[in-house]
Structure formats: C-alpha cells, structure tokens
Design a protein around this ligand. Sequence first.
Ligand code: FAD
Length: 317
Amino acid sequence: MKITEHIAQAKDTLVSFEVLPPLKGKIITSLYEHLDPLMEFKPSWINVTYHRAETMFKRRADNTFEKVEVRKRPGTVGICAAIMNYYKIDAVPHLICGGFSKRETEDALIDLNFLGIDNVLTLRGDAPKNEASFIPEPDGNFYAIDLMKQALRMNNGIYIDDDIRDGGKTNFCVGVAGYPEKHFEAPNLEIDLNYLKEKVDAGAEYIMTQMFFDNNKYFAFVDSCRKMNINVPIIPGLKPLTTKKQLSVLPRIFHVDIPTELSNSVMKCKSDAEVEKVGSEWLVQQSKELKKFGAPVLHYYTLGKSSVIRNIVKEVF
Ligand code: FAD
C-alpha cells in the first residue's frame, strides 16, 4: 500500500520506523532481531536507508596501499523485500543520486517494481567523506528532484531508452526530504523551501523531515509550507539523544540545533545511561506534543537502538 493511502485511511497518528541495512557480513536475522521488539506497535511501514560506497585504502602485503570502493551497508532493495515478506508490512527504500548513473537507478526502480515495492523516498545523498561537495556521476541525477522525476516518468511508462515503446507503467508513490532547520547547503530557509515546493509541484506525495529536537521548528516549517501551498503530509523524523558525544556529533553531521534546556540536562549527566534517560524523556514529550498537534505519522530513526525506541513509543502510543 502507498504511504499516502496509509495516511488517508488513518484515524489517528501512525507510527513508522527507519532502519539501516546491516553491515556487510551480517545476516538478515540481525535486522529481524532489531525490528522484532518494535512490531508490537504495528508500524505502518519501515524505511530502509541507502548507503553509497566509500573509498578506502587497504594495505597490501608489500606495504603499499590499494584504493578500493567498499559499500559497508549494501542490500537496501533486498532488505525491503525481506521485510515485506517476513512481517507482511510495507517497506520504503531510500534511493539516492550519489554513486548511481541514471541507468543504474532505472534498473533499481525496475527491481522495486518487480518486487511489488511501490514506495520510494528519493534523495540526493551527501558527498563522500573525502570530497568537499556533492558531485553526481557523469550520467547520474544531480538533485533529488531529478531522481524523483525519473521514477515518475516510469509511472508513465517512459524509460531511458526511447526505443522502449509502451513501456510498463510503474506505480511509485514518491516521498522527499524536508529540513525544518534548513538544508545545510541552502543559503536560507526561503530558498530551500522554494526547492522543496518544486519537488512537491513535480509530484512528491509527502515530505519526511530531518530530525529535530525542538517541535517549534517543525510547527514553523509546516506553517511556512502551508503558506506556500505545499499541502502534502509532512512526516516528522525523530531520534532520541543517547550519548553525550551526540551533543556535538548531531549538529555537525545533521546540521540541527540541540535546545539549551536539553543540552544543559545532558551535560549534567554522569553516564550515557543517564543521557539515554534524559534523551528518551525529551522525545516522549516531543512525540506527545506532535501527536496532539495532529502529525500524520511519527517516524522514528532507530539507528541500532530499538530497545530505547521501544520504551519511548510505549509511552506515546
Ligand atoms: P535535494 O533536494 O537535491 O537538495 C540538496 C540541496 O540542493 C539543498 O540545499 C537544496 O536547497 C538544493 N536544491 C534542491 N533542488 C535544487 C535545484 N533544482 N537547483 C539548485 N539547488 C537545489 N542520505 C543517504 O545517503 N541515504 C539515505 O538513506 C538518506 N536518508 C535520508 C532521509 C531523510 C528523511 C533525510 C532528511 C535525509 C536523508 N539522507 C540520506 C541525507 C540526504 O541525502 C542529504 O541531506 C542530502 O544532502 C540532501 O538530500 P535531498 O534529497 O534533500 O537533496
């Protein structure tokens, strides 16, 4: 079922989760062990992130170095199929522009269609750690909107090769990312929102947000979107703080603010177990307020912390 259908049929706020593919070398049961404790909440769907390959240098026997491309977390499409088969719930693969040619993207979308996966979250992806800015593949999509449009063209039976006549029509429901605190490369929120509107006007059916720790950022974002006639569902993405280190790591990686009240409480903690308690309590309050506000779905980034997420969701749903 499409994400938009789940939301349209819902009588109350839904819950969904996001997982990372297991590290290469782990088997699928490691993912099931992570997800099993969350199934009691009957999530409407599970998102599975996509991870581009990274360049690494491996030492050879003669002490010289070899440059290798390693994808540490492969398997997004296969994992989505496995989740749908094992739990009988929808799975939403993330697809990114980075590292993909348009033809590889087309093939991935064909695989998804054959597997009966009609949902996809289309993203640009970030630059690899060793590159200063995002550079698409020479024949790849540049922005998320380009990838999204490629999926939507396939919904109209249009494939890259123009000798494909009457191509089979796919049925993708496409979501995109939104940033209540602005995407870090955008010069200001207004310009970022203009690009978001372009994505929605071109066919994005819902927006999933970057994590935030201050609900007022989400409320203001929703308000700005509505004023600009961006009327699709805006799904808040949520994550608990669980370690003291995250006070600096999360702002650096995700470009989000930690409210003073939360950071002060975390700084007083004597252990990460205490931080987990403080972070969980904060997210419970955030979740309750978002539910009251009428957020269509609460989407939790589980990031290997399913027991923490379970305890939070138990308090909210
Ligand atoms: P875009 O929409 O392409 O925007 C990128 C930047 O370009 C923004 O600053 C925007 O303002 C600007 N822009 C947009 N369109 C145009 C245009 N037409 N012309 C000029 N400028 C433009 N990354 C992964 O690698 N894998 C994942 O699984 C993943 N999942 C994510 C899930 C969510 C919910 C979110 C919020 C992010 C996720 N990311 C993931 C990270 C994401 O790929 C990065 O934040 C990336 O830097 C931007 O992606 P985007 O889709 O928002 O890009």
